[in-house]
Ligand binder design. Sequence first.
Ligand SMILES: NC(=O)c1ccc[n+]([C@@H]2O[C@H](COP(=O)([O-])OP(=O)(O)OC[C@H]3O[C@@H](n4cnc5c(N)ncnc54)[C@H](OP(=O)(O)O)[C@@H]3O)[C@@H](O)[C@H]2O)c1
Length: 330
Amino acid sequence: MSNGFQAWEVFESESGKFSGRIVSREVDQLPPGEVLVQVRYSGLNFKDALSASGNRGVTREYPHTPGVDAAGVVAASDADHLTVGQEVIVSGYDLGMNTAGAFAEMIRVPAKWVIPLPQGVSARESMIIGTAGFTAAQCVEKLIHNGLEAGDGPVLVTGASGGVGIMAVALLAKLGFAVTASTGKAASHELLQALGAAEIIDRGVLSEANPRPMQKQQWAGAVDVVGGVTLSNVIKSLRYQASVACCGLVESPEFPATVFPFILRAANLLGIDSAEAPLAKKIALWQRLAADWKPDGLERIATEISLDQLADSLDKILRGKALGRFLLRL
Ligand SMILES: NC(=O)c1ccc[n+]([C@@H]2O[C@H](COP(=O)([O-])OP(=O)(O)OC[C@H]3O[C@@H](n4cnc5c(N)ncnc54)[C@H](OP(=O)(O)O)[C@@H]3O)[C@@H](O)[C@H]2O)c1
């Protein structure tokens, strides 16, 4: 095996502008770790777009290679349970944040970050699902754990045409929930309906500030990737004892709130984090995503790209223009 490989690196120019370029790297330049992985696929996430645009809350030092999701093959391993040639997923923890990430043909990571690729899903499918699908699955799991049942009524998904949203729509519909998809893209309606959305609403309806402490009870449950005023409106319109799984901030990390929906309607605000979820939890949920929770229509929601198309694709994500999932083939 040659030690040279290609990677996509983000650097800061003297004027403070961040740009990406394809570079040649040596394996010796990778950070220390027990497992060297030859990356076959990565999937693009909102966090990658933040890292690629110089967001210091995600990545402190540049030049840097983003990419929080990888699927590939073990190329070298100091861990007994991971063998050369084994197919694996590496997702989250510090990958692509301050550790050189998966927009590269090789990564080296701690063994405690590595998930054996479960049977029932290919490397390619696993990266169409990616952190977005894993996050959607965590949201759905927590909603069900908090009492949501199919037949309870409409379950709202915000940012429905983006990565997490589209995976949440597909998964909820597969599990028999009546999904209402909120989106700002007319071009996504047909795909969302094909994935099983029963109703589609314009996201402008939810992002308008409303001074009332509570609104008409509508949602039996909700997955929110948006935050901001949208999250506030969702909380105010949950049905009695219903929950919203909160996982994103594309509108804003701040949201106006009063305690009324919590103390008068027993509403639940459920927090979701995927990056630092314990490895055992990640392995168990990935096994589920490879079996009865495997979303239908995965190829339909994927756009395959190569390293030289990364900049454009990440820019689309940052501007909220992405439809479905970008799959990076290495
Ligand atoms: N908690 C976790 O562990 C975790 C894991 C993964 C992602 N996330 C977060 O989840 C969020 C979504 O991630 P993603 O990968 O799905 O991103 P994405 O693919 O870029 O999708 C985001 C979608 O949100 C909608 N949107 C964009 N700007 C908006 C705005 N100003 N107001 C309302 N809606 C807007 C758009 O969909 P429509 O046009 O359909 O409305 C957009 O496609 C991000 O904040 C990300 O950081 C969190």
